[in-house]
Design a protein around this ligand. Structure first.
Ligand code: CS2
Length: 483
């Protein structure tokens, strides 16, 4: 007997108030769920038109299900399945960019939210400047009716609203970047200025770009997940998302004309200033996540819960938090950082979440600056040693060299993958490889690259990774620290 496909219920479909760029697993496991819960509590015209910027995969998975999908909360003691109906439609930008611009120019749309990953901002990760020589930006400046980047869509849709005498929408970044709202505003205004200075002025004066801190661990969905959802619910669902129970959303309360869903009814926090929450999350969570991803991958651990089941790796992240990361983080009001980190460790340990080290290792060039290097710079300023952070950076360098500890190929996914690989391949001696990678200015600001304490700590860690491997290097570091 074939398993029937999941279908939307007969509940009325809400009117659209949100366009969301990037309907990957994270959005479906996070923002879409908050919005659904708010509409269940008090209604509202907050239906979502989602936009895939690259390919039709998600549309093709969701369309036969009328865009309904299952959210699976994976707790250590069992899973809970809930059908989510927040998405009204998925547009595929390359198939019909005009339809995307029309959807965004619709005055009923109050918010354009985004989960487009770090590289979607087309900025220089080390400086935050828009890369005007980025191929997508060059393309979009020449193609106002058929852009392909999120920035192109935002700016040309805002231009239409300006021409039509309508107010702009709020642009809501939900990506793991520091001051994500301010960064978005900066790159949008830089792009708009290159289109027309008066457009940039209008956007700067009237649009809003609140910053947000988003948090929920959501591994990519696998064929096994789809099979387990079918076995449990009796429906085949190609759009299901598997996520941890925990979620946290902190949002700067700054929306055009105050138009926004009352996401607080679903547990989000509206605050005046998000920065302290972002710093805490990026450094404590994402910083150790990336450290575990590179070291764990090299050590042969497929998923985060396997890496932290190794007592040396668990001790390593404890040390990293305690000695190097937490001292740099100003606690947000009411937060207890050591408690926060202990809770993170419990979240990493959740055996029901199979979050691949390889997945987290992706796009490291875009992630390192805010996850690890800003923390390094603060430690150096304070004269604090950085053995753990230096080891994490060295593990990234080893990883982007593309060869694992057994001599096998690593499938490195990163916009700078070729540049990183050749910087590594051009040299034989470990110290020379490190020196070559440190010259990559998209990742390392020159002041940091030239800092002798940083250079020698990363070089020593890299040499140990090459000579002894990741497991032994982590074990040694923990033993030295314990003395
Ligand atoms: C992870 C994040 O893939 C990654 O880089 O570190 O996606 C992480 O799971 C989320 O930020 C948790 O909120």
């Amino acid at each position: 007997m074939t398993t029937p496909r999941l279908r939307r219920s007969s509940a009325p479909i809400p009117k659209v108030g949100i366009v969301h760029l990037g309907p990957g697993a994270f959005f479906r496991a996070f923002g879409a769920i908050y919005t659904t819960e708010v509409m269940q509590t008090k209604g509202g015209d907050w239906g979502t038109t989602a936009v895939s910027l690259r390919n039709p995969t998600i549309r093709d998975a969701l369309a036969p299900q009328d865009f309904a999908y299952t959210s699976v909360t994976m707790a250590p003691d069992g899973a809970q399945h809930v059908v989510i109906e927040a998405i009204n439609d998925v547009l595929v930008a390359p198939e019909n960019p005009g339809a995307v611009l029309d959807a965004m120019a619709n005055p009923a749309v109050k918010i354009v939210s985004m989960t487009i990953t770090e590289k979607g901002y087309c900025h220089n990760p080390a400086t935050g400047d828009l890369q005007l020589d980025h191929p997508d930006i060059i393309h979009d400046l020449a193609q106002p009716d058929a852009p392909r980047s999120a920035l192109g869509f935002l700016v040309y849709a805002l231009a239409r609203r300006k021409e039509n005498g309508q107010p702009p929408f709020t642009v809501l970044s939900c990506d793991n970047l520091p001051n994500n709202g301010r960064l978005t505003r900066r790159v949008v205004l830089a792009f708009a200025k290159a289109v027309a200075p008066d457009l940039a002025d209008w956007i700067g004066d009237h649009a809003r770009f609140p910053s947000t801190m988003v948090d929920r661990i959501t591994p990519a969905t696998t064929p096994d997940d789809i099979a387990s959802v079918a076995a449990k619910t009796g429906f085949q669902d190609l759009g299901c998302v598997m996520h941890e129970p925990f979620r946290q959303w902190v949002i700067e309360d700054d929306f055009v004309a105050g138009h926004r869903p009352d996401w607080n009814l679903a547990g989000a926090q509206f605050v005046q200033d998000v920065e302290a929450f972002e710093t805490m999350k990026l450094r404590c969570l994402n910083g150790t996540h990336s450290s575990l991803a590179y070291l764990g991958y090299l050590a042969g651990y497929e998923v985060i819960s396997d890496a932290v089941a190794d007592p040396h790796f668990a001790a390593f992240i404890d040390r990293l938090w305690q000695d190097e990361i937490v001292p740099t983080v100003p606690p947000p009001e009411g937060a207890d950082l050591l408690r926060y980190c202990a809770d993170l460790k419990a979240r990493y340990r959740n055996p029901a979440i199979r979050h691949k080290t390889w997945q987290i290792a992706m796009d490291g060039s875009q992630k390192l600056p805010q996850r690890l290097l800003a923390t390094v710079a603060d430690c150096l300023d304070a004269g604090r040693p950085i053995p753990g952070l230096a080891l994490a950076v060295a593990a990234w360098m080893r990883y982007v060299g593309g060869v694992d500890e057994a001599g096998g190929d690593i499938d490195v996914r990163d916009p700078l993958a070729d540049q990183l690989r050749s910087a590594s391949d051009d040299h034989d001696a470990p110290a020379d490889k490190v020196a070559a990678l440190l010259t990559i200015q998209d990742v390392f600001p020159s002041e940091l690259a030239g800092n002798p304490v940083f250079r020698s700590a990363v070089t020593a860690a890299f040499e140990s990774l090459v000579a002894n491997g990741a497991k032994a290097t982590v074990k040694d570091l923990v033993a030295q620290n314990g003395r």
